[in-house]
Design a protein around this ligand. Structure first.
Ligand code: FAD
Length: 385
């Protein structure tokens, strides 16, 4: 089926990204995966390419695009090649919407130009060792000083993508305790300078997949955060998170769809090359049926993400719609990629074959950005259950 969601500009941009991945990312990707992070120079290159400024208004050095479709193209092209740009999707798809929507004019002028150039990389820290799905249960605190000039931040976060290399981290914390009537109140976002005294990066976590992106533990011991680095209003951050999570979840859904499409392509190529019992693996009826099933699954995923993408751009994607899209695509991607790996036989288990990397990379899509169980709860609630 012809896709109608992208126009000529998106397709030209796709070609630029594809060429960039081929020449600047793919040749180094194995080494980056081994070391567990991408080099800072990649972020600089992405900044020069304009990737970080796509959705930043022109007055702060960006292109002023309001559509999420260019981000979707990046996600699709990375999945197609079986690579990632380290923590850069968190920088643009997760952190930027908060800075744009809740940042003051002074904050935008201070942060966005270096955000766009890649000199200031950002990460977002919601999850804590003791709480992930239940964000209202977070324990990290920030107490405003008596003279009101700064907050004193204490606590710990974990699983923070881009956490090793970030220059500023959007730290979600409690500026007031929860009340019996409202567990979600009292949470705020501070945009913390990672060079502050008392700010520490703990372990860089060793992951099953997404090995070229750094994921870290962070800790804060009496970190002084200037009051001017509070994002938006004090105590309102839970509603900010609720507002922005649909875009994050759609981004994950798009990635899962694109990983599945890539898996089918890899399997299709492989079964034409591999000979078993004197015949191409592609010639077995089972292979044809499995790949036909996978293709129709991918078509269905594409229809869902394309509709959701249009809805997001139109400002109509509800939290339940995004949860449904993430649930559907990520659960189905796991099945599709597993079947495509099976068609590779033992080679599918070898990391030198891209299907093995995809298999490991896709596993986390059912966990981060909210687990499948949490997605089901959101969808069920929207059904009045
Ligand atoms: C690679 C990676 C990168 C990440 N990047 C970031 C990041 O950049 N920033 C950040 O803040 N976080 C990040 N996370 C954290 C991620 O969002 C959390 O891991 C996720 O939300 C789940 O939280 P948890 O790990 O604490 O699991 P838990 O909340 O402890 O869940 C454990 C199990 O209980 C289930 N469960 C929980 N609640 C319910 C319920 N109500 N009903 C039924 N079952 C339930 C879950 O589905 C799960 O199966 C990342 C995680 C990973 C793995």
């Amino acid at each position: 089926m012809r896709r109608t969601v992208f126009n000529e500009d998106h397709e030209a941009f796709r070609q630029t990204i594809r060429d960039f991945i081929r020449s600047e990312v793919a040749p180094h990707y194995e080494q980056w995966s081994e070391q567990g992070y991408v080099p800072r120079s990649l972020y600089k290159q992405l900044g020069e390419l304009g990737i970080f400024g796509i959705e930043v208004p022109e007055e702060y050095g960006g292109a002023g695009e309001t559509s999420f479709k260019f981000n979707a193209v990046i996600s699709e092209e990375c999945a197609r090649a079986g690579v990632s740009f380290g923590g850069s999707s968190v920088h643009t798809a997760l952190c930027l919407p908060y800075l744009l929507k809740y940042g003051s004019e002074e904050q935008k002028r201070r942060w966005l130009p270096s955000f766009v150039s890649g000199e200031m990389m950002t990460a977002i820290a919601m999850t804590e060792p003791g709480t992930g799905s239940d964000l209202a249960g977070m324990k990290t605190t920030a107490k405003l000083s008596e003279d009101g000039t700064h907050y004193v931040l204490n606590g710990a976060k974990t699983f923070i993508t881009g956490g090793v290399q970030a220059d500023r981290v959007l730290v979600c914390c409690r500026t007031a305790p929860p009340s019996a009537e409202d567990r979600r109140g009292g949470i705020s976002i501070l945009v913390v300078d990672t060079k502050s005294e008392g700010y520490a990066v703990g372990r860089k976590l060793d992951k099953l997949g997404l090995r070229a992106s750094d994921t870290a533990e962070l800790s804060f011991t009496d970190v002084k955060v200037p009051a001017r680095d509070l994002l938006g209003e004090e105590g309102k951050a839970f509603s900010y998170l609720t507002h922005n999570l649909p875009q994050e979840r759609l981004g994950i859904a798009i990635g899962a769809y694109a990983q599945s499409a890539a898996a089918v392509r890899f399997a299709h190529e492989y079964v034409k090359e591999r000979t078993v019992f004197g015949k191409e693996v592609a010639s077995f009826q089972n292979t044809k049926f499995v790949l036909a099933d996978c293709k129709s699954d991918v078509d269905a995923m594409q229809a869902v993400v394309d509709r959701a993408l249009e809805a997001l751009d139109a400002g109509e994607l509800t939290p339940a719609d995004a949860a449904s899209a993430k649930l559907f695509t990520t659960e189905l991607a796991a099945k599709v990629i597993d079947k495509c790996l099976q068609l590779h036989g033992g080679y599918g288990y070898m990391l030198e074959y891209p299907i093995a990397g995809l298999y490991a990379d896709t596993r986390v899509t059912r966990i981060y950005g909210g687990t499948s169980e949490v997605m089901r709860s959101i969808v069920a609630k929207s059904m009045g259950l």
